[in-house]
Design a protein around this ligand. Structure first.
Ligand code: NDP
Length: 457
């Protein structure tokens, strides 16, 4: 490995010793960049690596809100504006008790390369809060009410609004931030700035949202995987697919797979995993989506209602399958470890495409690469969500709404372009078929060149 990369990583680890997720993400990217860094001495001369691992701005703020009992609650809010060399900051907001600086820096860092890969002009950012909408602060076993979520979102935006704008920073959703939360956040933003400018993406259709945005990350992941299969002259017909998660990304990935003739055998959540040996139907998936987005319940509650479905408490989707062709981790970071990878490979897995961000641990990634299966890292495979957010921004700027067919066809085109760029970059540097190297290199070069051209700023 280039000594320049070595030294940058050493300094980064010393400086961010308390941020394991960020170190993991940075190490994963930097260790694949040796061929380009060696070929481009201007990157070292301009300290591109040192600069790209340091956020341009980190904002932390207090979020106080009043719960339904009248008690005052305090959470912490964040926005990491990581890199704006190629466009306004862009990246989701996550509300989860596991949110901290390390997790958001890892997500914001990944977002730089993902956004660059989309071919659209978007910089990288991420934000969120340690607020947990899934646990009521006053009634055990209950969730926060809609009113509590609304008051939290309003308070969060009362600080965030001053740091964002349609040409500055355009946040979107992420874990636990869906249509309901984006609606509350946007309402408060619009009220404060007294302007309609579409500053958030993932908005509802009546107020500037894009058709196909809710589906885009899950569908995009499957489109990417379809492109990988094409390189082997294969398709999804009859393929047995394991999916983790049952939220936005997982459910639309599952839906697309079933329509393409694949058999989706697993989904999961915090309560455990479901296994349907003969495959989930579109009706089963509809019931799961309703459970998650309307009733806001757990898979453990629904398993008995679905025919031929078994529930396994407290486990993820991987080690419960008999046979599997493809796996789609779509829940959260580090949810698929080396043992899971070994199990999947032993049971026939030939393709892994990550709907979630960094769901495979480094030993799992190493196992997939060693086995030379088709393996797509999240920054490439799940870029369809942010790409369609970019399309939402374009529609807002033009004051137009495109049809679902138009957005879906652009999404397909973007996922094919990301696939082809990553494939070509890997081949160019002697690692044909290695989508990790390809995605990192293709994403990095565009941002690095922009930073060099813009001088030391
Ligand atoms: P959701 O909140 O809609 O779904 C998350 C899913 O993961 C839920 O099923 C949730 O279970 C499960 N999950 C979360 N934490 C745990 C845990 N500790 N153990 C077991 N299961 C868990 O989020 P999204 O679908 O939007 O996001 C999923 C992943 O995709 C994240 O990594 C996100 O960063 C990434 N992503 C999302 C994009 C988007 O457009 N939404 C875009 C690109 C990437 P439960 O319901 O029980 O909480």
């Amino acid at each position: 490995m280039s000594t320049y990369i070595d030294q940058t990583l050493k300094d980064l680890k010393a400086k961010n010793a308390d941020q394991p997720e960020f170190i993991q993400a940075a190490e994963e990217v930097l260790t694949t960049l040796a061929p380009v860094v060696d070929a481009h001495p201007e990157y070292q001369k301009n300290a591109i690596l040192e600069r790209i691992v340091e956020p341009e701005r980190t904002i932390m703020f207090r979020v106080n809100w009043i719960d339904d009992t009248g008690a005052v609650r305090v959470n912490r809010g964040y926005r990491i504006q990581f890199n704006s060399a190629i466009g306004p900051y862009k990246g989701g907001l996550r509300f989860d008790p596991t949110v901290n600086l390390s997790v958001l820096k890892f997500l914001g860092f990944e977002q730089i390369f993902k956004n660059s890969l989309t071919t659209l002009p978007m910089g990288g950012a991420k934000g969120g809060s340690d607020f947990n909408p899934k646990v009521s602060p006053h009634t055990p076993g209950k969730r926060c009410s809609d009113g509590e979520v609304m008051r939290f979102c309003q308070s969060f935006m009362t600080e965030l609004f001053r740091h964002i704008g349609p040409n500055t920073d355009v946040p979107a959703g992420d874990m636990n931030v869906g249509g309901r939360e984006i609606g509350y956040l946007y309402g408060q933003y619009r009220k404060i700035v007294n302007e309609w400018n579409g500053v958030l993406t993932g908005k509802g259709l009546p107020f500037g949202g894009s058709l196909v945005r809710p589906e885009a990350t899950g569908y995009g992941c499957i489109y990417f995987a379809e492109n990988m299969l094409k390189t082997k002259k294969a398709n999804f017909k009859g393929k047995v697919c394991a999916i983790s998660g049952s939220g936005n990304v997982a459910s639309f990935a599952a839906q697309k797979l079933v329509t393409l003739g694949a058999k989706v055998v697993t989904l999961s959540d915090r309560s455990g995993a479901i296994y349907a040996k003969s495959g989930l139907s579109l009706d089963d998936l509809k019931a799961v989506m309703e459970l998650k987005t309307v009733k806001r319940g757990e898979l453990s509650e629904i398993a008995k209602q679905l025919k031929g479905v078994k529930f396994f408490p407290g486990v993820n989707s991987w080690q419960i399958v008999d046979k599997v062709d493809c796996a789609f981790p779509c829940a959260r970071q580090n949810e698929l470890n080396g043992d899971d990878a070994a199990y999947l490979l032993k049971h026939g897995c030939k393709l892994v495409a990550e709907g979630a961000n960094m769901p495979s641990t480094p030993d799992a990634v190493a196992a997939f690469l060693k086995a030379k299966i088709l393996y797509a890292p999240g920054k490439a495979a799940n870029a369809g969500g942010v790409a369609t957010s970019g399309l939402e921004m374009s529609q807002n700027a033009e004051h137009l709404s495109w049809s679902a067919e138009e957005v879906d066809s652009k999404l397909r085109g973007i996922m094919a372009a990301i696939h082809d760029n990553a494939y070509a970059a890997a081949a160019k540097y002697g690692h044909k078929g290695n989508y990790v190297m390809g995605a990192n290199i293709a994403g990095f070069v565009k941002v690095a060149d922009a930073m060099v051209a813009q001088g030391v700023c």
